[in-house]
Design a binder for this molecule. Structure first.
Ligand code: RP5
Length: 163
């Protein structure tokens, strides 16, 4: 069980740290690669073209600006690609969001929210969990824990407003 995280620049790392942390929490192995679709296209190709045989189950691809990296990654592999638009320009990430989400028909990229690194990791976990009952159980517990946290906060708010 492992997931690749490719980012277009080292400057994307702070945004992607929640993805790394979340994969680790679920016990999923990961490899982080900095490779740019326009500055180091050969590196992107070499890594992605071998990713399936290297045992990766999904690829998270993060980029900012005219973010073609996730689409290029998707073109080199049959693995599911999860795109994370990074807010790294004066357009606040909207440029990257549109570049990633508007993939032409035939080569999809599952696009997360701007800076949505944590959801990218959870989505990768869901992909693997579809054929891994043990991981599915962990996901289910994760959701139950989230629900319990929301309930605890709700109870606090309600008590405060009553009191
Ligand atoms: C994109 O350009 C990267 O993904 C990054 O979000 C943005 C800026 O890159 P740097 O100039 O910081 O290397 O390719």
């Amino acid at each position: 069980m492992k997931v690749a995280i490719i980012m277009g620049s080292d400057s994307d790392l702070p945004v992607m740290e929640p993805a790394i942390k979340t994969l680790a929490e679920f016990g999923i192995g990961y490899e982080v690669v900095v490779a740019s679709a326009h500055r180091t296209p050969d590196k992107v190709h070499n890594f992605v073209a071998n990713a399936a045989e290297q045992g990766f189950s999904a690829i998270i691809a993060a980029a900012g600006a005219a973010a073609h990296l996730p689409g290029v990654v998707a073109s080199f592999t049959l693995l599911p690609v999860i795109g994370v638009p990074v807010n790294s320009t004066s357009l606040g990430g909207l440029d990257a969001l549109l570049s990633i989400v508007q993939m032409p028909s035939g080569i999809p990229v599952a696009t997360m929210a701007i800076n949505g690194a944590k959801n990218a990791a959870i989505f990768a976990v869901q992909i693997i969990a579809a054929s891994n009952p043990e991981l599915a159980k962990k996901l289910s517990s994760y959701r139950q824990k989230m629900a319990a946290e929301v309930e605890a906060k709700a109870a606090k708010v309600e008590a405060k407003l009553k009191g």
